[in-house]
Structure formats: structure tokens, C-alpha cells
Design a binder for this molecule. Structure first.
Ligand code: SAM
Length: 269
């Protein structure tokens, strides 16, 4: 079962980072901001566009995204680690989320980290080698098509990748087909609410519903009003949190994000 929503999460399992001088940090941020806000994204297909976006920022990716992509650690702790199980992280990027497993990583038989950006996967490979994680494998593949050699798996996660996958509904349906009955999907991502959301779900006002898709859209990130209803329709929800998080260098606004854990029903394909 998923952990209770009201529990206090343990501190990160990461080792403390050495403090960087402010100028080094600022320069790294400017580089990332240039890639996010100014550099044109080019490419003949989705994979080429992703690599065009990420290749220049792969080495500084983790530090900036730690301040932008909220709720990832909470999601990792809301999913029980299945002993001897298989976990697929679709759109896993640099693999920084793997550090949220801590000791639990060794309980898993296999983790597949799937992504279409070779530059980000290279950072993930370095992280895996540094940590000596022998049960983790990176795969350069599309999240809507990747097939593990082992058959049905226990957990599939999307951490801020669903908003970047054009065929996001195909990605969720593919995740459903990868999971064993009773297996878990975990998603954390930006979103906007529908104008008239389901009872009990948060409603965002006009500004948020229009501003965030416009703001993130220039980076080919598409916060959607439909992810949350689609996930609720296809999985049995066991954890759902709607929240807002800070955005570096935008002091007066908070970006809406959600975290969802759902179980594959016994009768779904
Ligand atoms: C915002 S990043 C998040 C990375 C990582 N999950 C994290 O939490 O830091 C989105 C990731 O999704 C990947 N991605 C986007 N579309 C994809 C697809 N169709 N198949 C596989 N990966 C994809 C990108 O390359 C990128 O690494």
C-alpha cells in the first residue's frame, strides 16, 4: 500500500552538497535560463527536439530542476518498493530520482530508466557508475513504446515527463499495459485544472489555467487539464495531492503540480 499522505517524509538520502560560490551558481543558472527561455529548439522529430533542448544543459540540469520540479521525493516515498520487483521510470532523465530510493534500491530486482535524450542518459550512467547500482539500466527509447525483456512489471513512474510526451495518453495506456494486475503507476507533474473540475479536486482561476500552458509551452512542456481525470479513470487512486511550487526567478507566482499514485485494476488490460 502507498504510504499515508499525512506522514512526515524522511530527509533526502542524498549526501550533503559542497556549497558553490554564488557566482558559479548564478552562471550555471544563466546557462539553464538561456536554454529554457532563448535558445531555439530545433529538430525533425520529438527525440531530436528533446536532445536540442537538453544537450546544452545536461550537466547543470539537476541543480536547477531541484528548485523547479517539486514533489518528486514525496512521490518516491508514496510508492512502496516491491521486494525483488521491477520498476520502470519513463522519461527518467539524469536519474536523480533514483537517489530518493536510498537503501530501498537494493530491494528491487531491476530498475529501467527510459529516456529519449542521450545527453541526460549519459549523466544517469555516470550517476549509476558512481553509486555502483548494479540493478539499474538506462535505455534510450520512447516512453510510449519501451518493452522490458522481463514481462509485466510492478511499478511505472513518470516524473515531470508526461507533460513533455506529445502522445501522453498513449504513454499512460502503455504504462497500463506494462504493469501486472495490482501494479502501481506514479506520476508527478505540472498541470492546470479544468474550468469545472471533478468534485473534491482543486479549481484554478483563469490566470493559472491560461498562464502556465503559455509559459511552459515555449519549452514544449504542456501542462494539461486532462492528465488528472485520465489517470483517475484508468487506475484506482491510492494517493492524490494537488499543490503549488516555487519557480526560480519568478517570485510572485507558484506553478500548480499534482502527485498521483494509482493501482492497476485486476480486470484492466
Ligand atoms: C522535465 S524532464 C524530467 C526528468 C526526470 N524524470 C526528473 O524528474 O528530473 C522530462 C524528461 O522526459 C523525457 N521525455 C520526453 N518525452 C519522452 C518520450 N517520448 N520518451 C522518453 N522520454 C521522454 C525528456 O527527455 C526528459 O528527460
Amino acid at each position: 500500500m502507498a504510504a499515508s499522505l499525512s506522514q512526515t517524509w524522511p530527509l533526502e538520502n542524498r549526501p550533503p552538497k559542497a556549497r558553490e560560490p554564488l557566482t558559479v551558481k548564478l552562471f550555471a543558472d544563466l546557462k539553464i535560463l538561456y536554454h529554457m527561455a532563448l535558445k531555439p529548439v530545433r529538430g525533425k522529430d520529438h527525440a531530436a527536439r528533446l536532445e536540442s533542448f537538453y544537450s546544452g544543459q545536461a550537466t547543470n540540469y539537476d541543480d536547477f530542476r531541484e528548485r523547479l520540479l517539486h514533489g518528486r521525493q514525496e512521490l518516491w516515498h508514496a510508492i512502496e518498493t516491491p521486494t525483488d520487483g521491477t520498476w520502470i521510470d519513463l522519461g527518467g532523465g539524469t536519474g536523480s530520482n533514483l537517489e530518493y530510493f536510498g537503501e530501498r534500491l537494493s530491494q528491487l530486482k531491476k530498475v529501467y530508466l527510459v529516456d529519449l535524450s542521450p545527453s541526460l542518459l549519459q549523466v544517469a550512467d555516470q550517476r549509476i557508475a558512481t553509486n555502483g547500482w548494479s540493478n539499474v539500466e538506462t535505455v534510450e527509447a520512447d516512453a510510449t513504446r519501451f518493452q522490458p525483456p522481463s514481462g509485466p512489471v510492478d511499478v511505472v513512474t513518470f516524473s515531470y515527463s508526461l507533460t513533455m510526451i506529445p502522445d501522453w495518453f498513449a504513454a499512460i495506456q502503455h504504462a497500463l499495459s506494462l504493469l501486472r494486475p495490482g501494479g502501481m503507476i506514479g506520476v508527478v507533474d505540472f498541470y492546470v485544472s479544468r474550468k469545472h473540475p471533478a468534485t473534491g479536486h482543486r479549481r484554478h482561476g483563469w490566470f493559472n489555467r491560461n498562464f502556465w500552458p503559455l509559459w511552459f509551452g515555449s519549452d514544449n512542456v504542456f501542462p494539461s487539464p486532462d492528465h488528472v481525470p485520465f489517470l483517475h479513470r484508468h487506475f484506482k487512486p491510492v494517493h492524490f495531492v494537488e499543490s503549488r511550487g516555487k519557480v526560480p526567478y519568478l517570485p510572485f507566482v507558484r506553478a500548480p503540480y499534482y502527485s498521483f499514485v494509482g493501482q492497476k485494476r485486476e480486470d484492466s488490460n
